[in-house]
Ligand binder design. Sequence first.
Ligand SMILES: [Zn+2]
Length: 376
Amino acid sequence: MKYRRKLFRHRDAFDLKGTNELFLKAMRENCTYAYKHCPGYRAILDDAGFAPDRLQTVDDLADLPFLPTALFKRRRLFSVPRWRLPLVVTSSGTSSGKASEIGFTVGDLWAGLKMVLHICKLRHLLSFTPCHYVVFGYQPKHKNRTGVSRTAFGVTLFTPALSRTYALRWKKGAYVLDLGAVQDAIVKHSKSRFPLRFMGFPAYAWFLMKRMEEQNVQVRLPKGSRLMLGGGWKQFYAEQVDKSEFYALAKKVLGLDDKDIIEFYGAVEHPIFYNDCERHHFHIPIYSRVIIRDPVTLKPVPNGTPGLVNLISAMDIGTPLLSVMPDDLGILHDGCSCGCGLDSPWLEILGRVGMQDIKTCAAGASEILNKVEVEL
Ligand SMILES: [Zn+2]
């Protein structure tokens, strides 16, 4: 996978124009491999009459058949034998219990690590200063192979971790949301000389901050503290909480400024690390490309037009994740419209397709809240 190696070695993580050719070659290389080694993927391409050598220009990427992420919940697609996959992660599943299983080879993990190291520079997330961590997510369990729990844990490795407090704790065979313990930890760590970093679902952060506000608890966290949010704002579509309200509350109860809040976007079926810029926009990094498609014709639409989000990447060899379509609706904006200095386009997620019908709970905090015993 020499082109993937070259791409992931590239120094500027947002130099899309300078890496278009390399990206295309990495895609062709990966697609050819998957076609040869994954019978399920080959069948899909054959069915669509698409051969990997059709990828000759960047525009041809739009013709590569995209796989809905729901497909990975029904079918196991691997391009290498399971024993050669040191990591297999699952999505959080659905109410029907079906979850995607995505395999990573050693090379995939290595590429992923390089990507994270490059992208973390954007918001200076790597540091030798030790931090306390509060994770608004699952306490890791051997049996819990979900991508979100692994990602949340991975983020606590950006600095030396002095402690980790989890909002969802494993007690007597079930996850229990324990916001009281999290709040106690926040109050305690606010007096520490080391920064406190939060990581996890925005919904939990919101519930916690509301709880603090109701109890009139306000802290000023040490300098360098960060509120890092991942797993999407999906649950907020129902809650109708807008970001400015969220940020204002973070300032009020935690003393965190806008610049201290950092968001991530990604999915198990598209393990690319999207880190927001200082204006909270997800610029596309060189490791992926995004196409927005018309919901009816499925044809690509110009920047600025809403549509179905199609995510493209050559990072993963273990599972053919070359072109996937989650349930997200979004808009791709011209890079220059942000004003932060990055000129790569940025992705705005608008919501989910068929919110009423789709019960994917990748970050379905509200759903979890209904199921788990809540200790408030
Ligand atoms: Zn920006």
